[in-house]
Design a protein around this ligand. Sequence first.
Ligand code: PLP
Length: 413
Amino acid sequence: MLKEYEVIDVKKIKNDFPILNRKINGKQIVYLDNAATTQKPLQVIKAIENYYMNFNANVHRGVYTLAEEATMEYEESRKRVAKFINARSYEEIIFVRNSTEALNLIAYAWGRKNINENDRILITQMEHHSNIVPWQILVKEKKAKLDYIGLTEDGLLNQEDFYKIDKPLKVFSFTHVSNTLGTINPVSKLVKMAHETGALAIIDGAQSVPHMPINVKEIDCDFMVFSGHKMLGPMGIGVLYAKKEILEEMDPFLTGGEMIKEVDFYESTWNELPWKYEAGTPNVEGGIGLGEAIKYLENIGMDRIREHEKKLVKEALEILSEIKGLQIYGPREPEIKGGVIAFNVEGVHAHDVASILDQEAVEIRAGHHCAKLVMKKYNVPAMARASFYLYNDSEEIQRLKEAILLVKKIFNV
Ligand code: PLP
């Protein structure tokens, strides 16, 4: 029976995650690095085991039972992903390795065909490096221009910058949720702004798709990318969503087996969507594992997961704000903050904070979080970051607080 303030049954959920039973230094683990990767429930682990134990075969090729079963499961997962984000059809779902590969695919395949000299690409200072570097390379190659939307002091996008930069734009690519500041950007509004200038809108959903209901049709973005490992799925499987008409117009990214229809001596033609963009043997276990992860998330409900994280963040912000000398970055309103809190303890390097927290079995990340432009904004080399998911609870926030107090005691700050 859930207590009144509980949105989801965390105790029950924890039972599905064997790794959360681990002890580190004799203490029960508190896993707070969910923005980097999430833990995997037994259901996902078993689905992968079942594939290898019972129907392992290469997909799309064989006409024998194992191959047909593997293909069916893999393609069922694709349909599940499509439904999960409300894509129009499975044809709009390309399986890739991760968000990074998806963004590279867009910059390479769409970018090289459509970006010309002096064209403008807009990104933001809040981006993960995977949504910066591919554009830098494209812009150099094509003699195009790269512009940025900056940040306000409290970690929001400075939307006024959008109106100051030269137009027209060809691309506006931005993150839905910042992996450092936790900021939830108003994506529907940003997409509209992009479209009004004639630009394509690309959303990095690595930190949003795992944590809240997503409806790509409603948001109307042209592309969205996300990673399976950040949403209870296995490593090495990610998703590129794109509107069908764009995928039809684009040329393939990687070429070779699987992605062709006909091959002759000097010419080849391309496979149907989505396989036109999936060259070579795919990550079948990854696709099947991701499908199972989505089943798990759907059973709990994405709106409830979002509510749960909102409560955790509100509570954590209140508790951590009481600690003297703790600098917290990003917005303070849970309505516009995902389950990510980046902070620094005054006078202590973030790596020392994370090491001491590890002795207390509180597992957080420290560093630049692949967001060096955010570090530049706040003029710090690194931040400590606690990030939550559906299996975290209030007790763990207390453990986080106590471990931070221990850091202060050890460093006498
Ligand atoms: N974008 C954001 C906002 C992220 O947080 C991450 C990973 O942390 C990525 C992209 C890259 O994800 P991956 O390493 O799975 O490609």
